[in-house]
Design a protein around this ligand. Structure first.
Ligand code: BV8
Ligand code: ZN
Length: 237
């Protein structure tokens, strides 16, 4: 059996990682996640964008995968599991998932925004979040940026193609912890439904996908995923 999981920030919420929309209070409360995660935001004020990403990168040092990530990894003993994630954290990999496709890049890779060369230099510490910090410079004069996909930027071809294949070949698609409003990622469950592949949504709140999903499980990721596999037959009827 092939299971394809499409995850969003909600699966990392129970690890203590703020979701994309309930961005930190305090310093980040006045950050508009759409603006600061956009190509324009970077060209307008790279020092603000760099500070936000470096803070999120450093935040990851202190968090662990939760039982939701671990359940998805454990499903590999019973099925062929492909994880398509919108998250830029590495918690699926750290929980043991082997096939993880990052549609929106990763907080753990950096590159020059001009010559595109990978940046492997030391990153400055950031014990406390700061509002601005000038990004490191590349020898070519370009600025170092995180290897994430910003609004207005295309998704990486390979990750996208692998994700489309993983959805088309799935027996079941499980959509967990995403508000399902950002495209083209949010189009993947629609592709599954159009191909008659059942889609199970796991989310404590309603989303634009909820009405179309085959089944909606109104629970949290860490609460629902550990028992979801054995519940599949009764859920899908
Ligand atoms: C593209 C990486 C084309 C960075 C992200 C106008 C101008 C420009 C573009 C557009 C436009 N109109 C539409 C677009 C397209 C745009 C888009 O879709 N916009 C939306 C706002 C309408 N998309 C793009 O720009 C994409 N690129 O289209 O390129 C192109 C082609 C060729 C050439 C040039 C361009 C790129 C989009 C990628 C943006 N990058 N992230 C970073 O992370 O910093 S998006 C980011 O937000 C996430 O990755 C995710 O995709 C999205 C939504 O976040 P979620 O993960 O869903 O998290 P969220 O907080 O929203 O929701 C959390 C959910 O979890 C909630 O439902 C909550 O109930 C639930 N939850 C909470 N706790 C739990 C839980 N669930 C379970 N358990 C819990 N405990
Ligand atoms: Zn460069």
């Amino acid at each position: 059996m092939q299971l394809t999981v499409l995850s969003g920030a909600g699966i990392s919420a129970e690890s203590g990682v703020p979701t994309f929309r309930d961005v930190e209070t305090g310093l980040w409360a006045k950050v508009d996640p759409y603006e600061i995660s956009s190509a324009q935001g970077w060209s307008r004020h790279p020092e603000k964008v760099w500070a936000w990403y470096l803070w999120r990168h450093n935040l990851m040092q202190g968090v662990e995968p939760n039982s939701g990530h671990r359940a998805v990894a454990a499903w590999q003993d019973h099925a062929e599991v492909h994880v398509v994630t919108q998250n830029v954290d590495n918690l699926h990999e750290r929980a043991g998932s082997e096939r993880v496709y990052h549609l929106h890049g990763s907080l753990f890779e950096f590159r020059c925004d001009r010559c595109q060369r990978e940046y492997v230099g030391r990153l400055p510490d950031m014990p406390e979040p700061v509002e601005t910090m000038p990004p490191p410079e590349c020898q070519c004069g370009g600025l170092i940026r995180p290897n994430v996909v910003w609004f207005g930027e295309p998704l990486p071809d390979t990750a996208w193609q692998k994700s489309v294949d993983a959805v088309n070949n799935a027996d079941v698609v499980i959509v967990v912890g995403t508000s399902s409003i950002v495209y083209p990622a949010a189009g993947l469950p629609e592709l599954a439904l159009a191909n008659g592949i059942p889609v199970i949504e796991v989310n404590p709140e309603r989303t634009p996908l909820s009405d179309a999903a085959t089944v909606t499980v109104r629970e949290s990721a860490a609460g629902a995923l550990p028992t979801l596999l054995q519940r599949l037959p009764s859920l899908l009827g």
